[in-house]
Design a protein around this ligand. Sequence first.
Ligand code: BEZ
Ligand code: FE
Length: 280
Amino acid sequence: MTDSVVASFTETKDDRLREVIQSLTRHLHAFAREVRLTQAEWEAGIRFLTRVGHITDDRRQEFILLSDVLGLSMLTVGINAPATEGATESTVFGPFFVADAPEIPLGSDIAQGAKGRPCWVSGTVRSTSGEPIPDARIDVWEADEDGFYDVQYEGNRTAGRGWLRAGPGGEYRFWSVRPAPYPIPDDGPVGDLLTATGRSPMRPAHLHFKVTAPGYWPLVTHIFRAGDPYLGRDAVFGVKDELVVDFAEHSPGTAPDGRSLDDPWTSIKFDLVLAPLTNR
Ligand code: BEZ
Ligand code: FE
Protein backbone atom coordinates (compact mmCIF):
# COMPACT_ATOMS: atom_id res chain seq x y z
CA MET A 1 0.00 0.00 0.00
CA THR A 2 2.59 2.55 1.10
CA ASP A 3 4.84 1.76 -1.85
CA SER A 4 1.98 2.31 -4.32
CA VAL A 5 1.07 5.70 -2.87
CA VAL A 6 4.71 6.80 -2.78
CA ALA A 7 5.11 5.62 -6.40
CA SER A 8 1.99 7.57 -7.44
CA PHE A 9 3.95 10.78 -6.80
CA THR A 10 6.98 9.79 -8.88
CA GLU A 11 6.05 12.07 -11.80
CA THR A 12 5.84 15.21 -9.60
CA LYS A 13 7.79 17.86 -11.52
CA ASP A 14 8.88 19.88 -8.50
CA ASP A 15 11.69 17.88 -6.83
CA ARG A 16 11.09 19.34 -3.39
CA LEU A 17 7.31 18.75 -3.53
CA ARG A 18 7.97 15.11 -4.52
CA GLU A 19 10.40 14.65 -1.63
CA VAL A 20 8.03 16.21 0.93
CA ILE A 21 4.83 14.43 -0.16
CA GLN A 22 6.51 11.02 -0.48
CA SER A 23 8.07 11.36 2.96
CA LEU A 24 4.79 12.58 4.46
CA THR A 25 3.05 9.51 2.98
CA ARG A 26 5.61 7.13 4.48
CA HIS A 27 5.44 8.72 7.94
CA LEU A 28 1.64 8.99 7.96
CA HIS A 29 1.30 5.32 7.02
CA ALA A 30 3.90 4.29 9.61
CA PHE A 31 1.95 6.22 12.26
CA ALA A 32 -1.37 4.51 11.37
CA ARG A 33 0.35 1.11 11.41
CA GLU A 34 2.12 1.77 14.71
CA VAL A 35 -1.07 2.72 16.60
CA ARG A 36 -3.29 0.35 14.54
CA LEU A 37 -5.63 3.27 13.88
CA THR A 38 -9.29 2.24 14.19
CA GLN A 39 -12.00 3.48 11.82
CA ALA A 40 -13.61 5.40 14.71
CA GLU A 41 -10.30 7.08 15.57
CA TRP A 42 -9.76 8.03 11.94
CA GLU A 43 -13.24 9.63 11.93
CA ALA A 44 -12.52 11.46 15.21
CA GLY A 45 -9.31 12.81 13.68
CA ILE A 46 -11.18 14.07 10.62
CA ARG A 47 -13.84 15.71 12.84
CA PHE A 48 -11.09 17.36 14.91
CA LEU A 49 -9.30 18.81 11.86
CA THR A 50 -12.66 19.99 10.48
CA ARG A 51 -13.26 21.93 13.72
CA VAL A 52 -9.74 23.39 13.50
CA GLY A 53 -10.61 24.64 10.00
CA HIS A 54 -14.02 26.02 10.96
CA ILE A 55 -12.70 28.15 13.84
CA THR A 56 -9.84 29.57 11.76
CA ASP A 57 -10.35 33.03 10.23
CA ASP A 58 -8.40 36.29 9.69
CA ARG A 59 -8.06 36.83 13.44
CA ARG A 60 -7.62 33.29 14.66
CA GLN A 61 -5.26 30.64 13.25
CA GLU A 62 -6.07 27.36 14.97
CA PHE A 63 -3.83 25.34 12.61
CA ILE A 64 -0.77 27.31 13.77
CA LEU A 65 -1.88 26.84 17.36
CA LEU A 66 -2.10 23.09 16.72
CA SER A 67 1.39 23.12 15.23
CA ASP A 68 2.56 25.11 18.30
CA VAL A 69 1.20 22.68 20.91
CA LEU A 70 2.56 19.70 18.97
CA GLY A 71 6.03 21.29 19.06
CA LEU A 72 6.15 21.46 15.24
CA SER A 73 6.51 25.26 15.21
CA MET A 74 9.55 25.20 17.51
CA LEU A 75 11.05 22.26 15.63
CA THR A 76 10.73 24.25 12.39
CA VAL A 77 12.29 27.31 14.07
CA GLY A 78 15.19 25.11 15.16
CA ILE A 79 15.68 23.57 11.71
CA ASN A 80 15.63 26.94 9.95
CA ALA A 81 17.50 29.09 12.45
CA PRO A 82 20.34 26.86 13.60
CA ALA A 83 22.17 28.55 16.45
CA THR A 84 24.97 30.68 15.02
CA GLU A 85 27.76 30.86 17.59
CA GLY A 86 27.08 33.91 19.73
CA ALA A 87 23.78 34.96 18.11
CA THR A 88 20.62 35.36 20.19
CA GLU A 89 18.45 32.24 20.09
CA SER A 90 15.14 32.30 18.18
CA THR A 91 11.76 31.17 19.37
CA VAL A 92 8.13 31.04 18.18
CA PHE A 93 6.52 34.03 16.48
CA GLY A 94 3.04 33.44 17.91
CA PRO A 95 -0.25 34.83 16.56
CA PHE A 96 -0.29 38.28 18.21
CA PHE A 97 2.14 40.29 16.06
CA VAL A 98 0.57 43.27 14.28
CA ALA A 99 2.41 44.53 11.20
CA ASP A 100 1.31 48.19 11.38
CA ALA A 101 2.10 48.87 15.05
CA PRO A 102 3.21 52.45 15.78
CA GLU A 103 6.84 53.61 15.70
CA ILE A 104 7.99 54.97 19.04
CA PRO A 105 11.02 57.16 19.76
CA LEU A 106 13.96 55.57 21.58
CA GLY A 107 13.23 55.67 25.32
CA SER A 108 9.47 56.16 25.14
CA ASP A 109 6.64 53.94 26.37
CA ILE A 110 4.95 51.11 24.44
CA ALA A 111 2.44 50.43 27.25
CA GLN A 112 -0.05 53.08 26.06
CA GLY A 113 -2.58 52.04 28.67
CA ALA A 114 -1.65 48.33 28.93
CA LYS A 115 -2.06 47.41 32.61
CA GLY A 116 0.97 46.35 34.62
CA ARG A 117 4.02 47.35 36.63
CA PRO A 118 6.24 49.69 34.56
CA CYS A 119 9.24 47.89 33.11
CA TRP A 120 12.36 49.62 31.72
CA VAL A 121 13.89 47.51 28.96
CA SER A 122 17.35 48.31 27.60
CA GLY A 123 20.29 46.75 25.82
CA THR A 124 22.20 46.82 22.57
CA VAL A 125 21.82 45.31 19.13
CA ARG A 126 25.13 43.92 17.91
CA SER A 127 26.47 41.48 15.33
CA THR A 128 28.12 38.21 16.31
CA SER A 129 31.46 39.98 15.70
CA GLY A 130 30.55 42.58 18.33
CA GLU A 131 29.82 45.50 15.96
CA PRO A 132 26.89 47.69 17.01
CA ILE A 133 24.00 47.71 14.53
CA PRO A 134 22.69 51.28 14.44
CA ASP A 135 19.13 51.74 13.13
CA ALA A 136 18.21 48.07 13.61
CA ARG A 137 14.41 47.85 13.67
CA ILE A 138 13.10 46.40 16.93
CA ASP A 139 9.43 45.37 17.04
CA VAL A 140 8.13 44.50 20.51
CA TRP A 141 4.77 43.18 21.69
CA GLU A 142 3.46 41.74 24.92
CA ALA A 143 0.42 40.81 26.98
CA ASP A 144 -0.69 43.00 29.89
CA GLU A 145 -0.71 41.95 33.55
CA ASP A 146 -4.04 40.15 33.01
CA GLY A 147 -2.40 38.06 30.27
CA PHE A 148 -4.19 39.63 27.28
CA TYR A 149 -2.78 41.25 24.15
CA ASP A 150 -4.45 44.47 22.94
CA VAL A 151 -5.94 42.58 19.96
CA GLN A 152 -7.82 40.27 22.36
CA TYR A 153 -9.85 43.20 23.70
CA GLU A 154 -12.91 44.74 22.01
CA GLY A 155 -12.14 47.88 20.01
CA ASN A 156 -9.00 48.82 18.14
CA ARG A 157 -6.77 50.06 20.93
CA THR A 158 -3.03 49.62 20.38
CA ALA A 159 -1.26 48.91 23.69
CA GLY A 160 1.79 46.94 24.69
CA ARG A 161 3.29 47.03 21.21
CA GLY A 162 5.35 49.25 18.95
CA TRP A 163 8.65 49.45 17.12
CA LEU A 164 11.76 51.55 17.48
CA ARG A 165 15.17 51.95 15.90
CA ALA A 166 18.41 51.27 17.73
CA GLY A 167 20.56 54.38 18.30
CA PRO A 168 23.97 55.15 16.73
CA GLY A 169 25.80 52.74 19.05
CA GLY A 170 23.19 49.99 18.58
CA GLU A 171 21.63 50.90 21.94
CA TYR A 172 17.91 50.59 22.60
CA ARG A 173 15.64 51.41 25.52
CA PHE A 174 11.92 51.73 26.11
CA TRP A 175 9.27 51.47 28.78
CA SER A 176 6.76 48.64 28.77
CA VAL A 177 4.94 46.68 31.48
CA ARG A 178 6.22 43.65 33.35
CA PRO A 179 4.81 40.67 31.41
CA ALA A 180 2.61 38.02 33.06
CA PRO A 181 1.99 34.32 32.27
CA TYR A 182 -1.11 33.70 30.15
CA PRO A 183 -3.03 30.86 28.51
CA ILE A 184 -2.91 30.41 24.73
CA PRO A 185 -6.42 30.60 23.23
CA ASP A 186 -7.97 27.39 24.62
CA ASP A 187 -11.68 27.75 23.84
CA GLY A 188 -11.41 25.77 20.57
CA PRO A 189 -10.38 22.27 19.45
CA VAL A 190 -6.73 22.80 20.43
CA GLY A 191 -7.87 23.71 23.96
CA ASP A 192 -9.99 20.52 24.00
CA LEU A 193 -6.91 18.51 22.98
CA LEU A 194 -4.92 20.05 25.86
CA THR A 195 -7.73 19.23 28.31
CA ALA A 196 -8.07 15.64 27.05
CA THR A 197 -4.34 15.11 27.47
CA GLY A 198 -4.09 16.80 30.87
CA ARG A 199 -1.90 19.61 29.55
CA SER A 200 -1.88 23.23 30.64
CA PRO A 201 -2.50 26.02 28.09
CA MET A 202 -0.17 28.39 30.03
CA ARG A 203 2.86 30.18 28.63
CA PRO A 204 5.47 31.67 30.97
CA ALA A 205 5.66 35.49 31.05
CA HIS A 206 7.54 36.92 28.08
CA LEU A 207 8.17 39.93 25.89
CA HIS A 208 8.23 39.36 22.11
CA PHE A 209 11.01 40.79 19.92
CA LYS A 210 11.45 40.85 16.16
CA VAL A 211 14.73 42.45 15.14
CA THR A 212 15.68 43.22 11.55
CA ALA A 213 18.62 45.01 9.92
CA PRO A 214 19.99 44.91 6.35
CA GLY A 215 22.71 42.28 6.01
CA TYR A 216 21.54 40.20 9.00
CA TRP A 217 19.22 37.26 9.55
CA PRO A 218 15.94 38.46 11.07
CA LEU A 219 15.66 37.47 14.71
CA VAL A 220 12.31 36.44 16.24
CA THR A 221 12.61 35.82 19.94
CA HIS A 222 11.26 36.38 23.46
CA ILE A 223 12.67 37.50 26.80
CA PHE A 224 11.29 35.18 29.49
CA ARG A 225 11.07 36.13 33.15
CA ALA A 226 13.34 34.11 35.46
CA GLY A 227 11.43 32.35 38.24
CA ASP A 228 8.22 32.01 36.26
CA PRO A 229 6.42 28.81 37.35
CA TYR A 230 5.64 27.86 33.73
CA LEU A 231 9.21 28.02 32.35
CA GLY A 232 9.54 24.24 32.42
CA ARG A 233 6.12 23.57 30.86
CA ASP A 234 5.47 26.18 28.20
CA ALA A 235 2.39 25.03 26.21
CA VAL A 236 4.25 25.75 22.95
CA PHE A 237 7.78 24.61 23.97
CA GLY A 238 9.32 28.03 23.23
CA VAL A 239 11.62 28.42 26.24
CA LYS A 240 15.41 28.37 25.80
CA ASP A 241 17.66 28.91 28.81
CA GLU A 242 19.60 31.75 27.13
CA LEU A 243 16.36 33.74 26.82
CA VAL A 244 15.47 33.65 30.53
CA VAL A 245 16.37 36.95 32.19
CA ASP A 246 16.23 38.30 35.75
CA PHE A 247 13.76 41.12 36.10
CA ALA A 248 15.13 43.57 38.69
CA GLU A 249 12.48 44.98 41.03
CA HIS A 250 12.85 48.58 42.25
CA SER A 251 11.17 50.67 44.94
CA PRO A 252 9.43 53.90 43.92
CA GLY A 253 12.01 56.46 42.86
CA THR A 254 13.89 57.75 39.86
CA ALA A 255 14.46 55.50 36.83
CA PRO A 256 17.61 55.55 34.60
CA ASP A 257 15.93 57.97 32.18
CA GLY A 258 15.03 60.42 34.98
CA ARG A 259 11.35 59.35 35.12
CA SER A 260 10.02 59.63 38.65
CA LEU A 261 7.86 56.68 39.74
CA ASP A 262 5.49 56.69 42.71
CA ASP A 263 5.02 52.92 42.53
CA PRO A 264 7.43 49.96 42.33
CA TRP A 265 8.91 49.34 38.90
CA THR A 266 11.00 46.72 37.13
CA SER A 267 13.96 46.73 34.78
CA ILE A 268 15.66 44.28 32.44
CA LYS A 269 18.78 44.39 30.32
CA PHE A 270 18.95 42.21 27.25
CA ASP A 271 21.52 42.38 24.48
CA LEU A 272 20.36 41.24 21.06
CA VAL A 273 22.97 39.65 18.80
CA LEU A 274 22.23 39.18 15.09
CA ALA A 275 23.93 36.73 12.73
CA PRO A 276 25.32 38.19 9.47
CA LEU A 277 23.66 36.75 6.35
CA THR A 278 26.96 35.26 5.19
CA ASN A 279 27.29 33.08 8.30
CA ARG A 280 24.81 30.37 7.35
C1 BEZ B 1 2.50 33.95 21.96
O1 BEZ B 1 3.47 33.95 22.67
O2 BEZ B 1 2.02 35.05 21.71
C2 BEZ B 1 1.90 32.66 21.46
C3 BEZ B 1 2.69 31.72 20.85
C4 BEZ B 1 2.13 30.54 20.39
C5 BEZ B 1 0.77 30.31 20.55
C6 BEZ B 1 -0.03 31.25 21.19
C7 BEZ B 1 0.54 32.43 21.65
FE1 FE C 1 3.16 35.87 23.63
